[in-house]
Design a protein around this ligand. Structure first.
Ligand code: 2NL
Length: 344
């Protein structure tokens, strides 16, 4: 077979193969096979040198023609396959930008926070401002200044978490903050509520946690009487639990108030008739309260002969449990979304 025949056949075979190539990878292989340094055309071009001198120009010219033809065909096919690949990618990786986005799941306030904010709003309307105080306290502020010297039996009312530092403890009630408020504002009259966590070293059960929220209130000024306390407690109960709530004050004892009372309201479930929730008494405890003890007023910086005040302290989780029929206080701090998400 002559060189020209070989070149013809090579051109035909190569062009035919080129059209059948499925993708860019195959095209690359094709280029190596025909146009590469060890490719078929390159080899034919080299063997031109072995022809008779008179045959060389024609064969050389023809070989270059074939080379140009293959290179041109290669470029055309390359563009075609690239276009194909792009079209394929566009249809396979189709992105529908009109699809509505997934709405992010919204967080919400913890039930205790919701309850606290309702309490803030009610007392704010009666002129009480929120006062913040530390959770870690000293024995002096948590007990002594509240009329409980060392070894006072009333200290047993609170099972206390002590730290490894002497006389430093986790507050068992928010009352130490009230002393701080009095000392900050005296001799001005004050109306503050003090919300926050309190800590008790005791067995955790469905009814009692070792950590819970409390809101304490304190009003100090001239001519403050127990009537003011009764009015404030009644207004609170009506706004928190319903306009027709009835109140009851029972004698009680706290070391930091004199006299001391327990504040009850008629049961929000049975309205006073008696049920399981109020243990068939018809009454629910709302708060402990009383007139600030003269010693405590003095410790806060106020002269008890001139000033008087009332104070109250109440839980936050218990009333929320009543309102929402929650049967276990441990739900509040167990961080189970199935519980938390029920309260928006
Ligand atoms: C309860 C009872 C109470 C107070 C807290 C108080 C604070 C100062 C002076 C006088 Cl600085 N009193 N706080 C008074 C009476 C009762 O809490 O059972 N709370 C859950």
């Amino acid at each position: 077979m002559t060189m020209l025949d070989k070149l013809d056949i090579l051109q035909q075979t190569a062009l035919k193969a080129l059209e059948a190539l499925p993708d860019l990878a195959a095209l690359d292989a094709w280029r190596t096979q025909y146009l590469g340094r060890k490719g078929q055309l390159t080899q034919l071009l080299r063997s031109v040198g072995q022809l008779f001198p008179e045959e060389r120009p024609v064969a050389g010219h023809r070989a270059n023609e074939v080379k140009s033809a293959l290179e041109a065909a290669y470029e055309r096919r390359l563009a075609e396959l690239k276009r194909q690949a792009r079209a394929q990618a566009l249809s396979a990786e189709r992105l529908d930008v009109t699809l509505p986005g997934r709405s992010p799941s919204l967080g919400r306030l913890h039930l205790s926070t919701q309850a606290l904010r309702r309490v803030y709003a009610i007392f704010a309307d009666m002129g009480f401002q929120v006062y913040r105080a530390p959770d870690v306290e000293t024995d002096e502020f948590n007990f002594e200044l509240l009329n409980m010297p060392p070894h006072h039996p009333a200290r047993d009312m609170w099972d206390t978490f002590y730290t490894s530092r002497e006389n430093v403890l986790l507050r068992t009630h928010t009352s130490p903050g009230q002393i701080r408020a009095m000392r900050q504002y005296c001799p001005e009259p004050i109306r503050v509520i003090l919300p926050g966590l309190c800590y008790r070293y005791e067995q955790v059960t469905a009814r009692s946690e070792m950590m819970f929220y409390q809101v304490e209130g304190l009003a100090v000024g001239k001519h403050i009487t127990m009537t003011d306390l009764k009015g404030v407690m009644a207004e609170y109960a009506r706004r928190m639990f319903g306009a027709d709530r009835k109140m009851r004050f029972r004698a009680s004892h706290f070391p930091f108030t004199e006299p001391s009372v327990e504040v009850d309201m008629d049961c929000i479930l049975c309205g006073g008739g008696g049920c399981r929730v109020c243990k068939y008494t018809g009454w629910l405890e709302v708060s402990g309260a009383g007139m600030v003890h003269p010693v405590v007023l003095h410790n806060g910086g106020y002269n008890p002969d001139v000033y008087s005040g009332f104070a109250f302290g109440m839980g936050v989780e218990r009333p929320a449990m009543l309102l929402h029929s929650i049967d276990d206080i441990r739900h509040f701090f167990s961080n189970d979304l199935r519980f938390l998400e029920q309260f928006c």
